[in-house]
Write a protein that binds this ligand. Sequence first.
Ligand SMILES: C[S@@+](CC[C@H](N)C(=O)[O-])C[C@H]1O[C@@H](n2cnc3c(N)ncnc32)[C@H](O)[C@@H]1O
Length: 365
Amino acid sequence: MQTSEIESKADFEHIRYAQLWEDADVLTKGLGDCKGGTLVSICSAGDNALAMLTLDPAKVVVVDLSLAQIACLKLRIGAFTNLTHPEFLQLMGARPSDNRKALLSKALKGTDAETTAYWQGLADEVEQHGAGGAGKFERYFRIFRTRLLPFVHSRKTIDDTFVSRPKPERQKFLDTRFNTWRWRLLLNAFFSRFVMGRMGRDKAFFDHVEGSPAEHVARRIHHAAVECDPAENPYLHWILKGTHGDALPMTWREEHYETIKARLDRLDIRPGSLEAFVSTGEKADGFNLSDIFEYMSAEVFEQVYGSVLAASAPGARLVYWNMMVPRRVPPAFAQQVTTLTALEDTLKAQDKAFFYSDFVVEEVT
Ligand SMILES: C[S@@+](CC[C@H](N)C(=O)[O-])C[C@H]1O[C@@H](n2cnc3c(N)ncnc32)[C@H](O)[C@@H]1O
């Protein structure tokens, strides 16, 4: 089996992402018509692989280097199978609950012994924060929200952030109520490389990053708070309030629950690297590549990109994000893909997971 560059650098023992911080609404629109096709998805917390089932593919092959991340998907499979939609939202932490330990046991019915033991070991955390709050990344947001945010914004300001208002008023709210000097100070301190590396992301992931993460975050907050309506943003809601409001990520919305549940058997879970999948000789019609290219050096990116192309059926789309490192089709392969710029621009404007600086949709010609 091929190994991946990042595999030797980062520690994948714990859940890093207990929910998916990439917007499945734009992912699924980016992938286009995939009916009957084979799709490939990076697992992460599993939500986006599940969202891809709404495209009615024949199968979704799910890969991840981390068994803890695969366990997140397996828990969701159990939850979709055994829980009602309101119970699912409680277990995940989108809604308050005093019953999460019981819901966890119910969700794990029929799940393999290893995954069950893994999640039972996290039962206290699930009880407190929900299964979607049990990762390192979510813990990082929780520290931000509970220990630092109260010194910067009142409860009222946070609540007012989620009142729907027209765009000019959103700008005014950001300028006069939200973007205070205390807020700017907090951003600079909390999103320093040192703190992010220690608490949220592995330091190895910053090897290729240029510019300050805080500057980047300030730009993206403008997108989330002014360009888009915060009232419709589940990600911002979770970060500032620790749970979801009316707005939910695509996979967690009631309208998709039964469709996803009915298609769970189309998931083909393969713990391991994307590089291992592309070396099998199978062809796929669409790829959700998360933001994994950003974690690779330019040389490795080019090599992996080439092998993804070799594993692509004609017309396949490669959909991925960049947070801080620019990654798009390497010049050597530019003739083999078309960048769907108009679609990218439309979807970038709608992307509710606001941390990313770029969203890419490339179609194999
Ligand atoms: C790249 S991270 C980004 C997470 C993301 N931004 C989110 O919100 O969930 C997503 C997942 O990719 C996995 N991963 C990274 N490189 C990989 C590779 N080459 N093959 C398979 N999985 C990979 C990590 O283990 C992690 O679970």
